[in-house]
Structures are given as structure tokens and as C-alpha cells.
Design a protein around this ligand. Structure first.
Ligand code: C2O
Ligand code: CU
Ligand code: CU
Length: 520
């Protein structure tokens, strides 16, 4: 809960920052930004499906200086897409016109501490926060979303999120389809009441499983349809759902050709990764190269989320997809189970339609040859860190700890500009579930995932190649990452199931020149 003291602190911080953000003072004096944007968060309405407008929260944007095409408006409640170029100096003025504190975090972006949108920088209603950073990230698909402690889930669910795309001049030379032959699909599940009101938490289970909707929206609309010409397209798939994990597949069974994961393109050495389906956890992104020219002109193909035996609690109790194997299914009659399912479902792992693609009838266009960029040299592995994930009494813990606004333990420190091997272990046990873990301010590689612990019906859809900022860890699994932070300061790591995050499954971590006192 947000205490009055926190609000006062946030307001005080905001007042100070609006005047002269201390870490930015020198940067601002030295160089004027190429781009000045304003993003305002405020209540609004949106047309999500027929039958009346839905009350939402929404980011609106304005270009105050620089390229007018740095913001692309969205069709529904999502914020405008930020189109940034690598190397650009950006200043973003955030205005909070909500009834609650908020702050924006640039998910996946490597920016200075003061521009990261840590919850301690949240500003109250009417407050402002000024961000300044240079776009260091490689070309890729990123996101922005609110990050006030305890309120992130509700604010995202009601509409606050947007895409942030980083472009590089070389992308065309690499043979990637550019606009208009690329599409971004922001995938979110929502539950709308009969009057089209968004329904957020409805029961205690929602805090444990995370809030799941019964309808998949793409870019803020239900039953999304895309018209595509018969040629090669770049598809950016983004999971911006509070808690739902998708097992994305083509309805016609064609494999998915993955060219990028979380923070940018795969390397030439890794090449295009082909998967029968792709598992996308909350706030993970993946890019596909899809040649719709290989399909019959005038045909339709759907992107669907396939059924899986989910790692969620409710699923174990309810049984799946109407099967009567569940614990409660056995205890209750069929009718009762059906009723419960209608009220709660669809649970984690149930089959859901996502979007439809209509292939045009024009002549097929030949695609270019893709040349992925070379991989950078990996950092030296000098340090080790271990984090045990646990879930008990309806709450998630990181090494037995929960979030405290300023606290950072000795074993949560990472050295700057050096490789740390960070091992995450997800405790087994009766309440264990999959957690999408995220680290701020860095990109990392997955070195190793313990074999045999990922569910058999999800395993083939994990893409552990490339650089990432979010990864899914299943019950009983151990995942080892290699990370080399480049920005000094206080950042954070947390479960990106937004209800787990708001519940405190989140911790600070510090990147600095000191060597960590962590166990080795
Ligand atoms: Cu996308 Cu700390 O969050
Ligand atoms: Cu982040
Ligand atoms: Cu979690």
C-alpha cells in the first residue's frame, strides 16, 4: 500500500527533479537533446469492442522538439509508439494526471539510474518527472509502462503501456523488412463486463496467479485482423499482459522463424531460430520473419495461443480444458466445475485466439536475404550471484526477502563492466509456479537452463538465444545468466507477473565499482 509518507517523499522528489535532476545537470548543460517528448498519463475512454466505450488510463504524447515521426499514435488505449534511433539524445517529460502516484519505466532500455523509472521516483497526481538519456540499445522492440510500487498491475491493466522501438540505420542493409512491411502486436488479456467496463481483481486467487482475462486484445482491440501482402514481414510480438503466458503458434502448423528476442536481433552465429511455437511470458518480446508469400493468396492464417499444462496453481486444481483430472473437478460435479470455470477461466494454459492475418491476392514479392549482425565479445565471468525464488503464503520471495524501497543487500551488488554469472533457482514445493524474471538496466545472455525441468509441452518454444531482459523460470528450474552492467546505480530485479511484483516479489540491485560480497 502507498503510505502518506511515501507520497510526500515522492512529491518532494518530484519537486526537486522538476527543478534540477541532480544526475542530469551536467549532461543537460553539455548537450541539447535531439528529441524532446512529453508523455501524459490520464483517464480517458477507448473503443475496445462494439457496444460502448471503455473507461481506461492512457498515455498521450507530444513531440516538443525534433522529428515529428518519433511518436506514432495507437489505435486504442495503448500509448503512442516511441520510435527512437540508436545514438539519439532524448528528453522525455512525464506528466502524471492520474489520481495515484506513477512513474514510467523504459522496459529493456539501458539508461542512467535517474532515468530508469524506479518506484522511488514515482510522482504524485499533478507531478512531473523529466528523463534524459542517450539511446544506447540496439535495434529492437521495447516497452514503456508505469512502475509505482503496488500500483503497477492496476495501471497497466487499465491501459498504461506503450511500445518503444529502437531503429538502426543498418537494419535495411541486414535485409530486414522495414515499414510498411512490419507489424507490432501488443498482446494483452482483459476481462470486460457486460457494459464494457474493465474488470481487474475479482478474487483472492488473482493476487496469487496474477490477473488473467478471458479475451485476448491485440494493440488494444478484440478480434484483431491484419491484412498482409504475400511477402516477407517482420513481426514484433509483445506480451504486455499482467500474468498470462502465451504459447504462440500459427493455426496452419507452420514453424515460427525467430530473428530477435528481448533486447535485439539474434547474431549471425545464432542464426534464425525455428520453433514449432514460441512461449512468451509477460513483458517478453520476440520478433519473427514471416513470409506470407508462402501461403495461398487470399487465405487466412491465425495466430493462436495453444493449450499447455500450465504451471499455475488454479490449473492444477481445476483440471484443464474440460478434462476431469483436476483435484476440484473430481470433488465437484461436472456442472459445478463448469460454473467455476466460467467464473474464473480461462486459466493459464487454455487455448485462446490471438489475431488473424488475411493474405492479399497481389503477386508474391521476393524477400531479401537476411544477414544478422555479428555477436559482441562476451564479458569475462568474474563474479557469481545466486537468487532463490520462493512462493509461500500467497507471496513471492527473492532469497527470502521482499521489496523495500531503498534496501539493497550485499549479495545484490554487481560490479560494473564485468561479467557476473547470476543463477536463479525456482524452489519446488506445493505453491511453486513459473515466474517471468526481469532485471532493469542491463541485457543478459542465458548461459544454461537446467535440463528436464521445463514442462514438456512448453520446452520446445523457449528461445534462450540472444540478449534478453526477461526470462521465464519454471518450478524446479535453475537458470544461469551472464550479465555485465554498464550503468552505475540502484536498479532492480523482479518477477514481471505484475501481481507478484506488486506483492513484493521485487528487490533492488546495485551496480557499482565495488566487488560484490555475494557467495561464490
Ligand atoms: Cu517492465 Cu521493473 O519492469
Ligand atoms: Cu525493466
Ligand atoms: Cu512471479
Amino acid at each position: 500500500m502507498w503510505t502518506r509518507r511515501d507520497v510526500l517523499q515522492a512529491l518532494a522528489a518530484a519537486a526537486g527533479l522538476a527543478a534540477v535532476p541532480w544526475p542530469l545537470r551536467t549532461a543537460r548543460a553539455a548537450t541539447a537533446p535531439d528529441l524532446v517528448l512529453r508523455l501524459t498519463a490520464a483517464p480517458d475512454t477507448a473503443r475496445i469492442r462494439p457496444g460502448g466505450e471503455t473507461a481506461v488510463l492512457r498515455y498521450t504524447g507530444q513531440v516538443l522538439r525534433g522529428r515529428a515521426d518519433a511518436l506514432r499514435p495507437s489505435a486504442s488505449y495503448l500509448g503512442p509508439t516511441l520510435e527512437l534511433r540508436r545514438g539519439e539524445r532524448v528528453r522525455i517529460e512525464f506528466r502524471n494526471r492520474l489520481a495515484d502516484p506513477s512513474i514510467i519505466h523504459w522496459h529493456g532500455m539501458i539508461v542512467p539510474e535517474a532515468a530508469d523509472g524506479h518506484p522511488r521516483f514515482a510522482v504524485g497526481p499533478g507531478g512531473e518527472y523529466v528523463y534524459e538519456f542517450t539511446v544506447e540499445n540496439r535495434a529492437g522492440t521495447y516497452l514503456y509502462h508505469p512502475h509505482p510500487h503496488g500500483l503497477t498491475g492496476a495501471q497497466v491493466y487499465h491501459g498504461l503501456a506503450g511500445l518503444l522501438i529502437v531503429r538502426e540505420a543498418q537494419e535495411r542493409a541486414w535485409g530486414l523488412p522495414g515499414l510498411p512491411h512490419e507489424l507490432a502486436l501488443v498482446i494483452q488479456d482483459r476481462r470486460l463486463a457486460g457494459d464494457n467496463r474493465l474488470e481487474f481483481k475479482r478474487m483472492m486467487m488473482d493476487d496469487m496467479n496474477g490477473v488473467l482475462g478471458d479475451t485476448v486484445l491485440v494493440n488494444g482491440v478484440a478480434d484483431a485482423v491484419f491484412r498482409v501482402s504475400p511477402r516477407s514481414w517482420r513481426l514484433r510480438l509483445v506480451n504486455a499482459s499482467n500474468a498470462r503466458i502465451y504459447k504462440l503458434a500459427w493455426s496452419d502448423g507452420r514453424p515460427m522463424r525467430v530473428i530477435a528476442t528481448g533486447t535485439g536481433l539474434l547474431s549471425a552465429a545464432e542464426g534464425i531460430q525455428t520453433r514449432p511455437y514460441v512461449v512468451l511470458a509477460p513483458f517478453e518480446r520476440i520478433e519473427l520473419l514471416e513470409d506470407f508469400g508462402t501461403r495461398r493468396p487470399g487465405s487466412e492464417v491465425a495466430l493462436v495461443s495453444r493449450e499447455f499444462a500450465g504451471p499455475g496453481m488454479m490449473d492444477g486444481m481445476m483440471g484443464r480444458g474440460g478434462s476431469s483430472g483436476g483435484m476440484m473437478g473430481g470433488m465437484m460435479g461436472r456442472g459445478m466445475e463448469g460454473m467455476m470455470r466460467g467464473m474464473m477461466g480461462p486459466g493459464q494454459g487454455e487455448e485462446l485466439p490471438v489475431a488473424r492475418f488475411d493474405v492479399g491476392t497481389q503477386a508474391r514479392a521476393a524477400g531479401e536475404e537476411l544477414r544478422l549482425p555479428p555477436a559482441p565479445r562476451p564479458p569475462r565471468e568474474g563474479h557469481e550471484l545466486h537468487t532463490r525464488l520462493a512462493f509461500r503464503h500467497m507471496r513471492g520471495f527473492l532469497d527470502g526477502r521482499r521489496f523495500e524501497m531503498e534496501a539493497v543487500a550485499d549479495d545484490e551488488r554487481l560490479p560494473l563492466d564485468e561479467g557476473t554469472v547470476w543463477t536463479f533457482a525456482n524452489d519446488g514445493g506445493p505453491m511453486s509456479m513459473a515466474h517471468p524474471m526481469h532485471i532493469h538496466g542491463v541485457r543478459f545472455r542465458i548461459l544454461e537452463r537446467s535440463t528436464g525441468d521445463a514442462p514438456a509441452d512448453l520446452r520446445d518454444g523457449l528461445v534462450d538465444a540472444g540478449f534478453k531482459d526477461t526470462f521465464l523460470i519454471f518450478p524446479g528450474e535453475r537458470v544461469r545468466l551472464l550479465v555485465a552492467p554498464t550503468e552505475p546505480g540502484l536498479f532492480m530485479y523482479h518477477c514481471h507477473n505484475l501481481e507478484h511484483e506488486d506483492g513484493g516479489m521485487m528487490r533492488n540491485c546495485r551496480f557499482d565499482a565495488r566487488s560484490p560480497a555475494g557467495r561464490t
